[in-house]
Design a protein around this ligand. Structure first.
Ligand code: BTN
Length: 325
């Protein structure tokens, strides 16, 4: 995790916007010696940050590496709570598993677990999630909302809206959401979200929102079984996308929506979700664990459940399924 001093230094560099900051100013603001400042700068350089040092002018941040470490994410991060505790690793089996452990041990709301690569990434319905090194965003966010467990699916939909807004803002692409939480670009999946709970029957202790985003993969990165169904933001936008910047934007959107949700409930989020939804009004096939139901998707309920009307006019409420449009 980042030290408070490191976070302050990153804020200073972000505010300076590529201009020089004097060593004295940094040491005053950080409340540490000039030698300690130099040590922090050296650590950043080790991580691939390009920091120019000029006598009498001070330090200037010229570039950041294309990584998703806590330093990159916090450089220019605009949130109040989300993303200020980052647990980063180059390679992990699954960020979800680490987030569960941290949440269990008392990690605060907003803690983010993120890695360059997952060797055993998990998807919904016990599937695996392909997470090749340095190409995507593989992250798990810990939340601690005071809600009963039945309401937790609402946060999955909230996450899908936050990620869609973030993608739209950073890339200009307009995503579609397929219930409950697949994000599609031109009909192909670019994002998957896995929401898991630590809860008693009447109270949530932690929600772990796992988000996997295919960002800079080329066609060759996808294994043959995903080739026709998956895509990446770079493939759709026709240019690479800065991952750290996208994480920052998603965290900002997430925080705004989450605060709205905690204050006003699910209704405002539901409206936004419906704005991105491709499922609603369409003939769909829902494959659930207990069987398959076909019908028209009428909408989602206030708890985030999908409402289907079959040919016979029967209404079905779908809690968890794979949807084919
Ligand atoms: C899906 O099946 O669509 C959900 C995929 C969720 C993948 C993300 S990547 C980060 C986090 N860690 C995991 O192992 N899974 C989630």
């Amino acid at each position: 995790m980042q030290s408070e001093t490191r976070k302050k230094l990153l804020k200073l560099f972000a505010e300076a916007n590529g201009e020089f900051i004097s060593g004295q100013k940094i040491s005053d603001q950080l409340g540490c010696s000039r030698t300690a400042v130099w040590k922090h700068i050296e650590d950043l350089r080790q991580e691939g940050f390009e920091v120019e040092a000029v006598r009498r002018l001070g330090y200037r941040l010229k570039s950041a590496p294309d990584k998703v470490t806590g330093n990159e994410i916090q450089l220019g991060l605009k949130t109040k709570r989300l993303g200020w505790n980052v647990y980063y690793e180059e390679s992990v089996p699954s960020t979800q598993k680490i987030a569960h452990k941290l949440a269990h041990d008392g990690a605060e709301e907003g803690t983010l677990v993120i890695a360059e690569e997952q060797t055993a990434g998990r998807g919904r319905l016990d599937r695996s999630w392909h997470s090749p090194k340095g190409t995507g965003i593989w992250m798990s966010l810990i939340l601690r909302p005071a809600i009963p467990p039945q309401q937790a699916p609402q946060l999955t939909l909230l996450a899908a809206v936050a990620v869609s807004q973030g993608i739209q803002e950073v890339t200009g692409l307009v995503p579609d959401i397929k219930w409950p939480n697949d994000i599609l670009l031109n009909g192909k999946k670019a994002v998957g979200i896995l929401t898991e709970l630590q809860a008693d029957p009447d109270q949530v202790h932690a929600v772990i929102v796992g988000i996997g985003i295919n960002v800079n993969q080329t066609r060759e990165h996808f294994p043959s079984e995903l080739a026709s169904t998956a895509t990446s933001l770079a493939l759709e936008a026709g240019k690479p996308v800065n991952r750290a910047q996208l994480v920052q934007m998603i965290l900002s959107k997430f925080e705004t929506l989450y605060d709205q949700y905690l204050q006003h409930g699910f209704s405002p989020i539901k409206l936004l979700w419906e704005g991105y939804a491709v499922t609603i009004g369409k003939e769909v096939v829902a494959r659930t664990l207990s069987g398959t139901v076909s019908g028209v998707a009428l909408g989602i309920t206030d708890t985030g459940t999908l409402k289907l009307r079959t040919k016979d006019g029967d209404i079905h409420y779908i809690y968890s399924a794979d949807i084919e449009i």
